[in-house]
Design a protein around this ligand. Structure first.
Ligand code: E4P
Length: 217
């Protein structure tokens, strides 16, 4: 399983990129709004940091296929690595069909059932994004959805990649990797949490003390 970072914050993207662990970025309208900056500028800056797929979503107020297609074409023009993120609706699927026929990559977002993922894949989506954390929030096991989609795509030989999204903690990450997600898109905080273990920290301190006791500074 590969890692994308799920943020529009360029400082967090730089930090994760410097660690060498991420190969793409996902954003959404809430993450863009949180930064309070112009969409195209933020995306262009992100593209100058990470050399990999960058998902930029159509405007949250856009609901018809024609407008999504128009916006999707504009998003694709920002950079060669752009992936157009489209919500899972009938209109969204129509937009995915057209954009993918033009060679524009798409990521169908807000996936909460395996059937939605199957439809998105058949419409031509390059990626589907099942949101596991939001399912967990309503007492439904989000990881079961990721596993179900992975099995379904495997059985049908579907090449659309699964981006496990709404990843909230390190246990989610382990579960996604075991469930067969191709990618997990993870906030910086979770990447950072994954680097730690109390025994690692204690081991570093012990090595330091043992070394200093004999050799000094
Ligand atoms: C995915 O593409 C979304 O941007 C994101 O993972 C949503 O996460 P949240 O449910 O924590 O807001």
């Amino acid at each position: 399983m590969k890692f994308f970072i799920d943020t529009a914050n360029v400082e967090d993207i730089k930090k994760a990129n410097d660690m060498g662990v991420i190969c793409g970025v996902t954003t959404n309208p809430s993450l863009i709004a949180k930064e309070g900056r112009v969409f195209e500028k933020v995306i262009a800056e992100i593209a100058s940091i990470v050399d990999g797929p960058i998902s930029g979503e159509v405007r949250a107020t856009t609901t018809d296929a024609e407008s999504m297609i128009r916006e999707g074409r504009e998003i694709a023009k920002i950079h060669k690595n752009m992936v157009v993120k489209i919500p899972m609706t009938v209109e969204g699927l129509k937009a995915v069909k057209v954009l993918s026929s033009e060679g524009i990559k798409t990521n169908v977002t807000l996936i909460f059932t395996a059937n939605q993922a199957l439809l998105a894949a058949r419409a031509g989506a390059s990626y589907v994004s099942p949101f596991l954390g939001r399912l967990d929030d309503i007492s439904t096991k989000g990881i079961d959805l990721v596993a179900e989609i992975a099995e379904m795509f495997d059985v049908a030989g579907i090449e659309t990649e699964i981006i496990a999204a709404s990843v909230r903690n390190p246990i989610h990450v382990t579960e996604c990797a075991l469930a067969g997600a191709d990618i997990a898109t993870v906030p910086y905080k979770v990447i950072e949490q994954m680097t730690h273990h109390p025994l690692t920290d204690a081991g570093i301190e012990k090595f330091k003390q043992d070394y200093l006791a004999v050799f000094g500074e």
